[in-house]
Design a protein around this ligand. Sequence first.
Ligand SMILES: Nc1ncnc2c1ncn2[C@@H]1O[C@H](COP(=O)(O)OP(=O)(O)OP(=O)(O)O)[C@@H](O)[C@H]1O
Ligand SMILES: [Mg+2]
Length: 381
Amino acid sequence: MFADLNHLSHHAAWRRQLEMLLESAGEGIYGIDLRGRCIFINGAGAELLGYTPDEIVGRNMHYLIHHSYADDRLMHVHDCRIFRAFSEGLGVRVDDEVLWRRDGSCFDAEYGSYPIRDGDQVVGAVVTFADISARKRIECELQLTQTLLERRVDERTARLRTAHESLRRLSAHLSTLREEERAHIARNIHDELGASFTALQLDLNWLRKQIAPDPALAAHVDRMLDVTQNAMGATRRILNDLRPSVLDHLGLWAALETLLQDLQTRTDMECRYVCAPDIERCRLGRSAEIAVYRIVQELLTNVQRHANATTVAIEVVLRDATLVLTVEDDGVGMQLPEQPHTFGILGMRERARAIGGVLALDSTPGAGARARLQLPIESGV
Ligand SMILES: Nc1ncnc2c1ncn2[C@@H]1O[C@H](COP(=O)(O)OP(=O)(O)OP(=O)(O)O)[C@@H](O)[C@H]1O
Ligand SMILES: [Mg+2]
């Protein structure tokens, strides 16, 4: 199996040991001289290539086992990385080429080539190689599985995104329907009850005048008038809640101030309202105004129900064509969940998104809460 090893070793015992070492290696190992001819090869290497060692020794290894790429294109000897490496006196490790067997088949190989030196002089190279087809096949299968997996994840993400978008549109649609339904009920209450209450009040006033001389009866009618008055007040409040007519009459910004004033009247909270003058001229469109109004209404309800605050402030400013509305309180604050799941917060977020805005909440326990609605304003404001 060894060709002329005299220039490597003169000692028979040393040569024997070297032979045993080569034969016990699992990898293929061969040596080449400067012209690329095989000077030795171990049994494992020859077997991998389908030869006996004697059939290989003396042959040019590039032309025997390394002549072509996997796709059958010829590999010029000057492109051979083993050849290039040892002619430069360097080592090289390659795992993306094939080696060819005697029967014309090839296998994915990993090989390393290291120069053999005699003093400063490179006199040849030792090449170690192994069949890595199984590893390559597994890598290929892994790559395929990963591609499949990625495609499935992409498809599922796309489906989720579509479902989410449909839900968002459904929610926006339901919100519009709800507002329309509320407006419808408000109109009916207004037309039916409003007219009846006014007629009742007129009649009671007339009756009151007729029975003025009888104090007992007059006191009775006075109480009826009070009840009617209260009922009219309650109806007006319900109407306003159903359909914030203040929006139609005063516009959004004054309507927000009214919400805050109502809160101040009902509680001891100090309420502040800051609305920049350029905002006061700004109209958002009916559905956006209702959405902003409902969001602020819910935020103030939350402050009243949960915050235990002493002050609450609303600030509206315009920044780079974006309306920024902040509602801030100095109450107990809260631990914000990563994903909100309560309907008040979810509803506000959805309403904001439906009109092209974003609602961000910021709070920590003990440090109050702040909600910021950002809404891009189209030109012409
Ligand atoms: N300004 C606030 N200060 C302190 N905690 C708040 C504030 N706003 C909301 N929270 C907390 O966040 C929770 C969720 O609010 P959200 O409006 O979603 O629900 P809710 O007010 O409890 O019920 P709903 O609005 O459906 O009637 C509240 O239960 C409360 O614990
Ligand atoms: Mg709430």
